[in-house]
Design a protein around this ligand. Structure first.
Ligand SMILES: [Zn+2]
Length: 349
């Protein structure tokens, strides 16, 4: 054996350790190579063209909650494989594979993750669908999880945010998966009746039975740029109506132009947009701050006169403390303006 053969495996081991294969990711939209750390730091958005790639469900949740901290609740137990469905593979086998891949084998988890925590110090419940789990399809387990999320939101008096990423109903559960559509709609109604906001954050893709149920019911409908949102696929519709559909049909931007979506928000701005929206929804009438007015010479004199007038009126009518206070405040402003005037005069001298 020559010395070269002896060292070759060692060199290979060295090279393999230094350059893992997945260091660079190619953007499917612009074709640029992106360093994986840069892509992670940019929340899986291409820094060159802004293309939004799919992001893992827990990574997304971490990007939304304060300090990336959230609690997941254990998924409610659901009936497994009620139809004893089998295509090329048993449904139970497919489920087991998906659970192993998502690390939910022990908990018996499914495509929906129910989490709670704070966003901008506001308690929120987020139910997010995992597209990598059988296409984020909605079966009994996802329906159960959504109902559990709605109940948790009502219990905590917290807003509910849904993050659909789904191909639609889970065909292996037949009509039972379709029944999850009315169930989730009723769950949204329960949140609404408790006077709590329900926000839908549509990600790529939001289609089929999910778009036809809770996903489109948000008090505020937000979508990610370029997300595919619709019920049936473009080709199916074109074949049915025998017409060519417009460019960009079913994209988030197209839906925004046509009033089906309120906002299209880039992923990097999502957290702060959600916090701002929640603050608006939770405090519709914030108390106004009293700002002292900076008045000119003539105006100041006028205000002084009316303030005196007000005072006499208030005294004669015996008005409440509040209006007295208001009058006092006006007087104070007037005096401030007067002193301003005095100092102005002093400067002139
Ligand atoms: Zn790109």
């Amino acid at each position: 054996m020559s010395w070269l053969e002896n060292i070759r495996p060692k060199i290979r081991a060295l090279v393999a350790r230094d350059i893992p294969e997945n260091l660079w990711v190619k953007c499917p939209a612009c074709g640029q190579m992106i360093f994986h750390r840069e892509l992670d730091a940019n929340l899986k958005v291409c820094p060159h063209c802004g293309h939004h790639m799919r992001i893992a469900v827990r990574e997304r949740l971490a990007s939304m909650f304060d300090d990336g901290v959230f609690q997941e609740i254990e998924p409610p137990k659901a009936i497994i494989d009620p139809l004893k469905f089998r295509d090329r593979k048993r449904y139970t086998e497919r489920l087991r594979d998906a659970q192993s891949a998502s690390g939910a084998r022990q908990t018996g988890g499914d495509a929906a993750i129910v989490s709670h925590g704070t966003m901008g110090r506001i308690n929120v419940v987020i139910v997010a669908l995992d597209f990598s789990f059988m296409g984020g399809s909605m079966g009994i387990a996802v329906g159960e999880a959504f109902v559990a999320a709605a109940r948790l939101a009502v219990l905590q008096q917290a807003p509910l945010i849904a993050v659909p990423a789904s191909g639609g109903a889970r065909m292996q559960e037949g009509i039972l998966s379709l029944m999850q559509m009315p169930r989730t709609i009723i769950a949204v109604q329960d949140v609404r009746e408790a006077n709590l906001p329900f926000i839908s954050l549509m990600t790529d893709p939001t289609t089929g039975g999910v778009s036809a149920s809770f996903a489109m019911l948000g008090d505020i409908a937000i979508a990610e740029p370029g997300a595919n949102i619709g019920f049936a696929g473009k080709r199916v519709i074109e074949d049915t109506i025998r017409e060519k559909l417009p460019e960009g049909f079913q994209s988030a931007e197209y839906l925004h132009e046509h009033g089906m979506v309120d906002m299209v928000v880039p992923r990097q701005d999502m957290r702060k947009t959600l916090i701002r929206t929640l603050r608006h929804l939770l405090r519709p009438n914030p108390p106004a701050n009293v700002v002292p007015l900076k008045l000119g010479k003539k105006k100041a004199l006028k205000v002084d006169a009316t303030a005196d007038g007000n005072r006499s009126e208030i005294k004669s009518e015996g008005a409440t403390r509040d209006t007295n206070g208001a009058a006092a405040a006006t007087r104070k402003t007037a005096t401030m303006a007067k002193s301003d005037q005095a100092s102005d005069d002093a400067k002139k001298d």
